[in-house]
Design a protein around this ligand. Structure first.
Ligand code: ADP
Length: 425
């Protein structure tokens, strides 16, 4: 399911970003091409202004002057003197002659201008012009008309737009290449980005599935016992029935405790956990828990000690009920995983900044590779699997409580064997 969502999300993300990129690139390209056209035409008009200035100073138009203004083939020139083509025009190739014919037609039909005031004896017109033939070139054209004593003298100058169009084509290709590269990069980024986005959701889904599977597994055992005891109790005689009913009750209690734990964890996962912080005396918290567990330790023949610092420890801001719950989980574990005759110590330390609660035992200990895993839901080490009433949820609950207090919980080895759990507030 996540793979499908990932593919769709990546495609959507890449599609939108690439579309935005393309629209922006096309917009930029359009503006850039327009400004290239404008500046190129303006430069042509500038050249023509200079040329007209020079033409006005010429009394006789010589071939040398015309050759000079041709500027090494940059411009094509066609001259008409009193309606008769100038001899200079013979230098043009047949195609160029054809081109000028069309250009003159276009000029006569669409652009021909007369001076606004008769005082002007030279006037001119610049316009873009496209040759009629197929694959014909585009040109800027300028027609200069000069009234002289000898009659009307007209010069047509054509400047090919080929270099400009080449420049535009190169720019388009460059844009296309860059856009392709950017699109590939965006597609890869979208793939990676959506992967990162979905990873926590996927992990969450995996944890939930695992949680449900483990919970069902844990619930199945007591339920099976209850069912078999119930059916056995139907046939059993009076006194024996009592024994089955007791089993049903104890397994029912086990199930109820497990369900309570699961509900607690679900609330923590949804952040619906309310922590009611108040100022609490850490030594009182420790003494309360110690007293509650003394009978359990005595029943299991485990030496149980409490160690408090000599100087007074300042109150801590915490939810005392929840901290008691954490200490109970740690003590319950310590007493469960320490053999008869062992030692469990409950200690309070204060280093001037942090308050630390330590639960130390000299029991079976926890291998290094398992130290992190024991805080996961339903995780139990191999040695602990046989322990009844242990579902592998206690430390997970403890860790959530401490996390809600912005504190830390860690486990280390007790020198000489066993485990030490430290809670830092
Ligand atoms: P459980 O209810 O099974 O004890 P916990 O989450 O409290 O669940 O603990 C997870 C596992 O960590 C236990 O099953 C056990 O394997 C290991 N563990 C916890 N505390 C101790 C301890 N004091 N000594 C040895 N192993 C421990």
């Amino acid at each position: 399911m996540f793979r499908k969502v990932h593919v769709r999300l990546a495609a959507l993300c890449a599609g939108i970003t690439i579309l935005i990129l393309l629209v922006m690139s096309c917009g930029y390209l359009y503006i850039s091409e327009r400004s290239l056209h404008t500046s190129s035409f303006a430069s042509f008009q500038n050249d023509m202004d200079t040329l007209i200035g020079s033409l006005e100073q010429q009394t006789i138009i010589t071939h040398e002057w015309l050759t000079r203004i041709e500027d090494n083939g940059k411009y094509l020139i066609n001259v008409i003197d009193n309606g008769i083509p100038f001899l200079y025009n013979e230098r043009n190739t047949p195609e160029q002659k054809q081109l000028f014919e069309t250009a003159w037609d276009v000029y006569d039909n669409r652009f021909k201008v007369e001076p606004l005031f008769s005082a002007y004896d030279t006037w001119h017109m610049e316009y873009p012009f496209s040759s009629a033939e197929e694959n014909g070139n585009d040109y800027y054209a300028c027609v200069i008309t000069s009234e002289r004593n000898t009659g009307t003298f007209q010069v047509m100058i054509l400047c090919s737009m080929k270099p400009l169009l080449m420049q535009i084509r190169t720019q388009r290709l460059l844009f296309l290449g860059l856009n392709l590269l950017a699109s590939v990069a965006l597609a890869l980024f979208s793939w990676y980005f959506t992967r990162q986005l979905l990873r926590p959701l996927e992990e969450n889904q995996r944890q939930q599935t695992q949680f449900i599977a483990s919970a069902s597994h844990e619930l199945r055992t007591p339920l099976a016992v209850i069912l078999s005891c119930a059916s056995a109790s139907i046939r059993a005689p009076g006194e024996e029935r009592m024994h089955f009913l007791e089993s049903i009750q104890s397994e029912g209690l086990r199930m109820s405790r497990l369900i309570d734990d699961m509900l607690l964890l679900t609330k923590a996962g949804d952040c619906r956990w309310s922590i009611r912080k108040e100022s609490a005396e850490p030594d009182t918290l420790l003494l309360d828990t110690f007293e509650a567990f003394e009978p359990v330790a005595a029943e299991r023949s485990i030496r149980f000690l409490i160690e408090l610092p000599d100087e007074a420890v300042p109150p801590v801001s915490c939810d005392p009920e929840r901290i008691r719950q954490v200490l109970s989980i740690l003590l319950h574990n310590a007493l469960s995983y320490t053999p008869e005759g062992g030692l469990v110590r409950l200690r309070l330390l204060y280093d001037g900044k942090n308050t630390k609660f330590l639960v130390t035992d000299n029991g079976i200990g926890i291998p290094d590779e398992e130290k992190k895993k024991i805080f996961e839901r339903f995780y139990r080490t191999d040695q602990a699997r046989s322990e009844k009433g242990h579902f592998g949820l206690g430390l997970c609950i403890a860790a959530e409580i401490i996390k809600a207090h912005h504190g830390r919980i860690k486990v280390s080895d007790t020198p000489g064997g066993g485990s030490t759990f430290t809670v830092v507030l």
